[in-house]
Design a protein around this ligand. Sequence first.
Ligand code: ADP
Length: 650
Amino acid sequence: MGWGGGFGGGGGMFGGSASAASGRAGLPFGGIPSELMDEATKLLASEPEHPKSNVHFTQRPSEKERERLTLPNLIKVYPKWVVSGSLLVIITALTLQAGPLLTEFAIKNGMEPGHRDLKVIAACAIIYLVLALVSVYFQRLQVDVTGKLSSRVMHDLRIRVFTHFQRLSLDFFTDEKAGVLMSRMTSDVENLQQLVQDGISQFALQGLTMIVITVILFKTNVELAAWTVLLIVPLLFVFTVWFHQASEKGYLLARDRIALVLADLSESLYGIRVVTANNRQKRNIRNHRHVVGAYRDANIYTGRVNAIYGPSTLMIGILGQALLLGIGGRMVLDHQLNIAYLIAFFLYLNRFFAPIQLLVQQYNSLQQGRSSIIRLRELLEIPPTVDEIANAVTLPAIEGRITFENVSFGYNPDTLVLHDVNLVIEPGESVAFVGPTGAGKSTMAKLANRFYDPTSGRVLVDGIDVRTVTLRSLRSQLGVVPQEPFLFAGSIRTNLRFGDLDATDEDIETAIDVVGLRELVDRLPDGLDTPVHERGQTLSAGERQQLALARAFLARPRVLILDEATSSLDLRSETVIERALDRLLEGRSAILIAHRLTTAQRADRIVVIDDGGIVEMGTPRELLKLGGAYATMYDAWLASGGRDATRAGA
Ligand code: ADP
């Protein structure tokens, strides 16, 4: 239903023909050429089957859905992947570091005088090779496992956030920018994906590698290990952290400044006529030189940072080697160290560099992932302002009496837009709300089906406070036809099914006849299966309203809330819609937010709302006789030739 009231299914929209697909893409469809038909059939056959999943949705989140969003909570759902991923990381870290140990063993036991043995050397070489292959294989497995883990975790997270959106109340979507929400769903989720896929495993792998190397070094020779690990590693670490921060700053600067360059460029190009006509060339060049110069400076800065880091790390490496050579060489002479160990030290020294650099780099992605998780957690922890109470009951089938009892309401509690409103709409009665724009008519309607809750007072349906029943049972009995009906991507048929997912084809045909859309459907190439383009822009305003009425007809609500379109319809559409409305209102209670007084005149009762309060109430005849606000509005409307009632009244 409209106004974002129900986001039920929408399944089946991919079941359509290829022409429907091209229609969605906005292309004219000429049919699949016969020579391609076989290929197309094959392709369709190879499409994975997505069985209809059973979606459970309740307004109140389950215990599991309320769980705090943290990385451990997210991944613990897949213990198998987490455990195997961790094991693979450990195995990879261990096997990767066996090389220098083997070299050391081969020198000691195969090359030294007295121990010359080609077999030992060959065995070491073969084991080296095998271990290298094993570690490559395990690394492949590990990437595969973390890839699977991250895809699943992100899938769950996306669904969780989306489900949360379905629970939130209207005020949230009014206050939050859609763009911001989109970025939560894209960049924040992607940051997390990056983290689970690469970040954590790389962080663990590199950290573990450093630990493994450190342990091996200390086990080999404590003194030499202390020199290497306590001098070289901190030096390299501090330097890498500096580099990372400096280059990050440089890249951000360059990114911002290139944006300015491009903005200036595009403005000058688009505005070239104005530039030429006003002789602004010189000034423009000066301006452009300024932004391009700033960009150049940012690039020079980044270049300088790189120029410092590369050669300096090389220097630290060489310093380390010199240190090892000097101290280790002396130890060899003093017979404190075997030469084979010294060589292993040399080999391990170089292996410190990559992990440190990767660790620092991954630290950044850990940070980004962390802030993304915090932002997503904040989003998930926003409670719906209109929520179900814990023991909400199902609203039984209603007769349709709507009562506003001392209702006051403000979107912002400080400024009330409705003041102490009292109104009873009897079952089967249609009531038209009329009054100037901004008077509070739509607000009254929004309170009836609980898009908002009154600030004080109560709204009752058949004498039951709407706050005590489940939202689903309430809204399924109150149908809403919004002013600008929203059409979803899909065919006319799937859009109509929105009203009732179980509607049969016959029901849909009847609805089409009732709202007067038969002629349109017959005219369309694929009839009911014709796709509606982006938000129904290919349909006229009248046709969109008719579709919304057909949806409501299918939903068969006990109470209908209709916000009439303000945009004027042509006379024919207006007649058709009025006829449709008459059918729709038969036996139903209705709130009609009437913009045309013809609609108001057909209602059983008119309620004139002004400045958040009811100023007049009665049958159309009574109000005209009364000669008050409605009568004035009516006269003005007649005089203006029957245009928009709200404007006539304002
Ligand atoms: P009507 O339907 O009679 O034209 P509304 O009920 O839409 O008037 O609006 C009543 C008042 O509430 C207006 O002053 C309007 O500006 C304000 N209003 C409507 N919607 C919102 C909203 N989502 N947030 C804040 N103020 C709103």
